[in-house]
Design a protein around this ligand. Sequence first.
Ligand code: ZN
Length: 251
Amino acid sequence: MRKLLSAIAAATATFVVTVAAVAVVPQTAEAATATYRLTYLTLPNGSKVPLRWNGCQTAITWKVNLAGVPSTLRPTVLSETKTVVGQLAAYTGFTFSYKGTTTEVPQVGSMPRQTAELVIAYSSPSKTTYNLYGSTLGQGGLFGGWVSRTVSGRTTYTAAATRGFVVLDSPQMLSQTRGGFGTGLRRTNLLSHELGHAIGLEHVYNTAEQMNPVLTSVAPKGLASGDRAGLTRIGKGAGCINTAYMLKDLS
Ligand SMILES: [Zn+2]
């Protein structure tokens, strides 16, 4: 966790802004039977709020790193990736703006320095500090923070997600999953799962949902009804968030 402090003195009242940032990489620790779970941020006053993106952001910019995919397969994987991001746009109501390819590979702590709000990297375990060891096919997460505003002794909190990432073990993905769209062991299902984390979904232990922590032969085609219900709750319809004092909107 990283903390930044700043203070602004207003003319008629003491106005203090406190900013904190937190990176969230979902873990597999907790059991759940729900059809979806959101990623929660605990505020200093003890309340827990869903960590979600600003519903009024012009766009969530994104870039893709295809270095881990053989060059002949890159057009196919790029096309699949654009389709999956397009589905995410439909389910959340957010606009996603593609900004091309990148050589960036997400690392622990690197999200604030990303050149797009969302970086999707088809990479390999040796190139990232995120845990892609063993059977782990990918990691996804998001970065956000909170701002507290204290006016005349009354403190209110605003929290938002401002960056996200997906990093995939491409060699393992290519050997264990198929291309295209459908049920089961598909790389598009893996990407849908990790992008779910980047938007704010946590795991549910339910093989009918794509947010099940293990990709199985009975995985649904893309994001399933519970996954989509979760995305609706934290999507554009959840409303605007004032992201002043947080990481810059790159759109
Ligand atoms: Zn996961």
